[in-house]
Design a protein around this ligand. Structure first.
Ligand SMILES: Nc1ncnc2c1ncn2[C@@H]1O[C@H](COP(=O)(O)OP(=O)(O)O)[C@@H](O)[C@H]1O
Ligand SMILES: [Mg+2]
Length: 428
């Protein structure tokens, strides 16, 4: 969208001043064009028109985007909103966005990892012949393990099972370290399984491929087996490589857990078994990393030796991890007097995603207050406390169901690690 087009829409708005959807769109485009101050003016007008509309989530979201844009640009909110903005008309502020960010100390580094010198990204293409679309992504690494808060055990084990052998394949071979088989990450939703895998991608660069199973099903129902085969073939060509199968339960669910007789599901599982087994036979430097929230629903054939034979529990973030996650999410927002240690202490059982929700919700409240007062109010502990009143930790339901599994079907010891955690938490 170029400047002339935005000007055209602004002219249209003069004629249709009460058209809220149009004004929201203009604001959205202004944000995209980096014109955040103007976007905020438009959004203030929307709020003035739409004052008694309870459902203004869109407007608030855009306001947050615009202010985040301002803070990353290091601008201050200057200029006054449009005349029709009523009592909110004075949005001038000398708030120092940069200083506020620095208050949090060093924010999480997000450097772009250097490309692997040996690997050739051209050799592995995200699209495969005949399907006309990307079945998997070659991750552009942005996060690394240092960005993942806590979870030290998981990091260590990922390091041993993937990163070290990948970096020193000859040494690994000499020690007879099995380069075969795969590893299954499991745990409550929102606690960093996907994030962790992306971090491994960040460490490994181009030799990491992600395939989200739900996507494969959604887009290519009926062709799942063929697609799976193509994904594995592409990964083999890229070897040594890690192939990440996210949300694997969606293709590997036990038949008993399904409502109807889904024959195609059986075939998909068979294909997956075939791929994993042939990986074993060729010992071809292909590592499989998979993730699920529901390991107990997975067809047990997939968990046998040589297949996804190691399970790794990704638990809700402990206190230091919660601190790191909170810092990360506050770092792009205006804050004043935020005590992440205190918040971390009060958020046991919150998932990473829940913590993110706390921060965005506090930001929303600060934004509402800014609108009421006509000047930017940084996020404070009082906003956080209000947000905490409404947000419950989402991992407890998962832990409850996990409890039943450990209690009644842990005969082979697969869930010992989980059992330990639950006992430590006195849930078992
Ligand atoms: N340990 C963690 N460190 C930093 N951020 C985390 C962590 N766990 C979760 N998050 C945040 O929560 C979001 C959701 O986590 P995700 O990896 O998608 O969960 P899931 O386990 O369901 O795959 C992530 O994008 C990240 O922002
Ligand atoms: Mg996930």
């Amino acid at each position: 969208m170029n400047a002339a087009a935005i000007d055209g829409l602004l002219a249209a708005l003069e004629k249709l001043p009460d058209n809220v959807p149009l004004r929201l769109n203009v604001a959205r485009l202004l944000i995209q064009a980096g014109r955040h101050t103007e976007a905020i003016e438009q959004l203030n007008v929307v709020l003035a028109i739409d004052a008694d509309n309870a459902d203004n989530a869109d407007t608030i979201q855009l306001l947050m985007d615009a202010s985040a844009g301002l803070s990353t640009q290091g601008q201050t909110v200057e200029g006054s909103p449009a005349p029709s903005a009523g009592p909110n008309a004075q949005a001038a502020s000398d708030f120092d966005w940069h200083r506020a960010e620095q208050e949090l100390g060093p924010s999480l580094p997000a450097p772009f990892v250097e490309d692997h010198p040996e690997s050739d990204p051209q050799a592995i293409s995200g699209s495969t012949e005949g399907t006309g679309g990307a079945l998997f992504d070659i991750d552009r690494p942005v996060v690394t393990l240092a960005d993942v808060g806590g979870l030290d055990d998981v990091k260590t084990r990922l390091n041993e099972s993937f990163l070290e052998p990948m970096r020193n394949p000859e040494v690994a071979k000499a020690f007879g370290k099995s380069l075969r088989g795969g590893l299954l990450l499991y745990g409550p939703p929102g606690c960093g399984k996907t994030f962790m895998a992306r971090a491994v991608a960040g460490e490994l660069g181009a030799s990491f491929m992600t395939a989200t199973m739900t996507d494969i099903l959604d887009k290519y129902i009926g062709e799942t087996e063929k697609n799976l085969h193509e994904i594995f073939q592409a990964a083999r060509r890229a070897a040594p490589a890690v192939l990440f199968l996210d949300e694997i339960d969606s293709v590997a669910t036990k038949r008993s857990a399904l409502s109807g007789g889904a024959a195609w599901m059986r075939q998909t599982v068979n294909q997956l078994l075939l791929e994993l087994d042939s990986m074993d036979a060729q010992n071809d430097g292909l590592f499989v990393l998979a993730a699920t929230n529901h390991p107990w629903d997975i067809d047990t054939a997939l968990l046998r030796p040589g297949r996804l034979d190691r399970m790794l529990l990704v638990l809700p973030p402990d206190r230091p991890a919660r601190e790191a996650i909170l810092k990360h999410h506050f770092s792009s927002r205006p804050i004043a007097g935020i005590d992440v240690k205190k918040i971390a202490a009060r958020t046991e059982d919150f998932s990473g995603a829940d913590l993110e929700h706390v921060v965005t919700s506090a930001a929303e409240k600060a934004m509402m207050e800014s609108l009421r007062k006509g000047s930017v109010q940084a996020i404070s502990m009082s906003h956080v406390n209000q947000a905490l009143k409404d947000i419950r930790p989402s991992t407890r339901a998962w832990l409850q169901s996990a409890r039943n599994v450990v209690e009644f079907s842990n005969s082979n010891g697969s869930y010992d690690e989980l059992g330990q955690y639950l006992r430590a938490r006195k849930m078992l």
